[in-house]
Write a protein that binds this ligand. Sequence first.
Ligand code: 3VV
Length: 212
Amino acid sequence: MSEQNSRGGDDAYEHHGGFPVYEPVKAGPNFGRFVDVFRRLQDLAVSTHAPDDVVDQAIAQAEALGDLLEPYKVGEGKSPAGFNVDIPGRGSLLLPPWTIEKFDADGVRERGHFRRYHLGGNGAVHGGTIPLLFDDLFGMVIHASGRPIARTGYLHVNYRKITPLWDELVVEGRVDSVDGRKAFCSAELRDLDGTVLADSEALMIELLPGQP
Ligand SMILES: CCCCCCCC/C=C\CCCCCCCC(=O)SCCNC(=O)CCNC(=O)[C@H](O)C(C)(C)COP(=O)(O)OP(=O)(O)OC[C@H]1O[C@@H](n2cnc3c(N)ncnc32)[C@H](O)[C@@H]1OP(=O)(O)O
C-alpha cells in the first residue's frame, strides 16, 4: 500500500477524505465456513418452495440464529465481513464470491462465479449484480494503484453477452489515466474462453479532506 497520494504527499492518503482508517479485522478459523453457510441459505431462500410448516420451522430456526448473533453486532470496519481478502467476496455476503488473483499498480484481477442468489431471468445473472462486481473491483483497483480512497462518479456497463450462473469467470480492471482527482478506469468480465461478457468504464474521484 503506497503512502503517497496522487499529488505526492501522504496527508490525503492517510485521511482518505472523511473515511476512517480501516485496520485489518482478523477472522476466526471458521469464518469462511460461516460465510459459505449463509451463501447457501441465500441461495435456498430464493430457490425453494417449501410447505408452510417447513417455512414456519425455517423462520423459527432463523430467528433463533438471529438471537444468537445479535449480541455480537459491531460497527462498520469492525466485523471481518468485507475485509478478508483470503475469503471469496472478502467475506461480504453483498459481494459475489470472487477471489483476488492479481492486485498491483497495473490492475486487479478476480476470479469467481455467480450463484442462484444472483439470478436475474432465464438463467442469466441479474443485470444489477454486474455493476456491483465492477464497482467493487474499481474500488480495489484504486486501492491497488496506491491512490487514496475514491468514490465512483460514474459507472458505465456494456452488457455484451448473457452472463451465466455458476461458470467460473474472470474480471480484470485498471486505471487508464489520471487527471488530478479523477482516475479513469476500465474493466472486462470474461468467460474462460476469453469471450467478453460485459465491460465497464468508470470515473473514480479522489475525496477531499472530510468528504464522506
Ligand atoms: C484493511 C484491509 C483492506 C481489505 C481490502 C478492502 C479494500 C477496500 C478498499 C476501499 C474500500 C472503500 C471503497 C469505497 C469506494 C467504493 C466505490 C463506491 O461504490 S462509492 C459509492 C457510489 N458513489 C457515490 O456515492 C459518490 C457520490 N458522489 C459524491 O460523493 C461526489 O460527487 C464526489 C465526492 C465523488 C465528487 O464531488 P466533489 O464536489 O468533491 O467534486 P466535483 O467537483 O463534483 O467533481 C470533481 C471532478 O469530477 C468531475 N465529475 C464528477 N462527477 C462526474 C460525472 N458523473 N461525470 C463526469 N465527470 C464528473 C467534475 O466535473 C470535476 O471535474 P474537474 O475537476 O472540474 O475537471
